[in-house]
Design a protein around this ligand. Structure first.
Ligand code: SAH
Length: 215
């Protein structure tokens, strides 16, 4: 319980630091977005987890997840709080922040839907849990990887809002690396577990971007 509150304290401290440094607006916009997706994850995954039955690529998964954490959380917080990589900052037009917030709001909404529909089948890594069920309804009826769609949108929002050539794109770079190495093994794992049920689901459902049908 207390552990889950620590990120809020860190985000608040970063907001104070940004205010003291005199450039708080985009920093606070970014921190609000981070607070939103963190709250969605905590709220919708709270409580007892189903035990894990099988785990795949554990070492690679943890290294890459660590890099994503560095790119989406650690580096942005550092950039917002301290002047360490201010040399890579740039000035932009205000519209970029507005677009960033809209993309971020969409990402948070899709993230919410994905966590809500995946429920207790969620794992941060490649895992099959006890009594794992294949989810094909809700947002999983539109795309097979809505949570990854959401994280791509959140990383894009980060790149737009954090006007720094290093901390801005860092989330996008590391998450792309995680995605390209994970999605194949994840689908193979689902196919092993659910067989034809997975194959027919994958045939009728796109990966990341909802199909517009015949439009
Ligand atoms: N790739 C999905 C899920 C991300 S969470 C998404 O982007 O929304 C990763 C875990 O979800 C994996 O370990 C796998 O066990 C589980 N998973 C992935 N697709 C699933 C599905 N359709 N139904 C149930 N579990 C799924």
């Amino acid at each position: 319980m207390i552990g889950a509150a620590i990120p809020y304290v860190i985000m608040l401290a970063a907001a104070v630091a940004a205010t003291l440094r005199g450039s708080p607006y985009s920093a606070i916009e970014f921190l609000v977005l981070m607070g939103a997706w963190y709250t969605v994850r905590m709220y919708l995954t709270w409580g007892e987890e189903k035990p894990v039955n099988t785990e795949k690529d554990a070492r690679r998964e943890r290294i890459l997840a660590g890099l994503v954490g560095a790119g989406m959380v650690f580096l942005p917080i550092l950039t917002i709080s301290l002047p360490i990589i201010d040399f890579a900052s740039y000035i932009t037009w205000p519209g970029q922040f507005v677009i960033g917030m809209l993309v971020g709001a969409l990402g948070t909404y899709v993230f919410w839907c994905a966590h809500r529909d995946l429920g207790k089948n969620w794992s941060a890594h490649l895992e099959v849990r006890e009594k794992h069920t294949l989810v094909t309804n809700g947002i999983y009826g539109r795309v097979r990887h809505p949570m990854y769609t959401a994280i791509f949108l959140l990383c894009l929002a980060q790149a737009l809002i954090l006007t720094n050539w290093i901390a801005g794109p860092a989330g996008l770079v590391f998450f792309t690396l995680l995605y390209v190495t994970r999605v194949g093994p994840e689908e193979a794992m689902m196919e092993d577990q659910f067989g034809d049920q997975w194959r027919s689901y994958a045939e009728r459902t796109p990966r990341l971007i909802p199909s517009l049908g015949r439009v």
